[in-house]
Design a protein around this ligand. Sequence first.
Ligand SMILES: Cc1ncc(COP(=O)(O)O)c(C=O)c1O
Length: 460
Amino acid sequence: MAQAPVQVDPIRAEFEERFAGSRALHERARTVVPGGITHDGRHLKPFPVYVDRAEGAHKWDVDGHDLIDFAIGHGSLLFGHNDPEIAAAVAAQLGRGTHYGAGHEGEIAWAEQIRKLVPSAEQVKFTASGTESTMLAVRLARAATGRTTVIKFEGHFHGWNDYLLKSEKPPFADGRVAGIPDAVLDTVAVLPANDPELLAERLAVGDVAAVILEPSGGSWAKVPLADGFLAQVRELTSAHDAVLIFDEVITGFRWSPGGAQQREGVVPDLTTMAKVVAGGLPGGAVGGRLEIMQLLAFKDDPAWNASKKVRHPGTYNANPLSAAAGVTCLRRCADPSVQAGCDALAARVRVGLNTVLERRGVPGFCWGDSSVFHVALGETCANRTAGDLRAPEGVSQQTLKGTGSSALTGPLVQGMLLEGVDLFNSGGLLSTAHTAADVDHTIAAFDRVLGRMEDEGLFR
Ligand SMILES: Cc1ncc(COP(=O)(O)O)c(C=O)c1O
């Protein structure tokens, strides 16, 4: 019997052909790096793209493609790649040493900048990443309250430390994570967001040290919070003496100069930061109320130091290079026109992509907040015609969170790469280096890719 012809997906076939250099590097990588990738978020079939250099809002892959970069350092490069002022500050520091194994003025200036900008940050302690920041914040909250349980919300991402990975991805009800003991996971209670009654009920048990959340809603505004929910959480945590932690790793200095807390007018007890805080270099920070932060300071009391002080070493905490980048970056973040410009560009993306979807009658929608956007294909929300969407209507939280893994994501992402656009988790983050022309190219590219996907029958 004659064999049925193998169906070749034309978008994927063209991607494989034109990005052959990336395929070769991926094959080489797979022999020495598990799966060939160094961050789970870079998993892309048939292979991810390997980059050779970057400048401004663009990066060039090993096959020479010029790509508009919506990953922009996983959101850390608010001023784009190789911002001249940040690069100069880092270069100047390089010539003066990269690690003193001692305090230096840069770390003080860095902490002063954070305190100036972030309403909750009476004092600041530096870490090497966002994951370390959330881990330290949880430890501080437990020490401050003498309680164990941490409440987090379904779909909220707080890095990969053992305490906070639970129920980050659907199905939320199954919170088990390979390699993390149940005894650890059992110290974390996961609730759906936007349900203040349920939160009040759980807090009333009396064992809660902290409530941690992404103030944008889960995964940088992918799963939006209801209006007023942040203020309700603030009120409830205060009433039950639980520490409120805002994870501002993404929103910090991006949602406003003082992050989401400044924009929303809700001040947490502790704030975790990374990404923009370190100007695109590795680094993180925890800022917060003096009395909690003072648990990190040694006292003239050996017994207290031995049993009550919260321990926090870390070889790369506030290293001079990250401090130089961070100070330079934050000085510029203080100007609200920085965030306003990025927000306007992201709104242009959101409106543009929804307009294309609407005109083509293709199921999908684009949404987001501040300077970020997400794209979902395969179903349509009830309010797509509004153009600039923060909260898609008629779509479940589980669906919103899972959008990046739909079967249509691969063709979309590969199709956009063929058009010179690198999306990030089927969305993106804007920087001051992006231009209106970059955005308009992206919208036109999206239109062409949807056309190809329609021709391939992918929406049937
Ligand atoms: C909200 C949030 N918290 C924590 C983290 C973890 O930060 P890092 O990757 O620096 O460990 C991330 C990373 O994307 C994040 O988005």
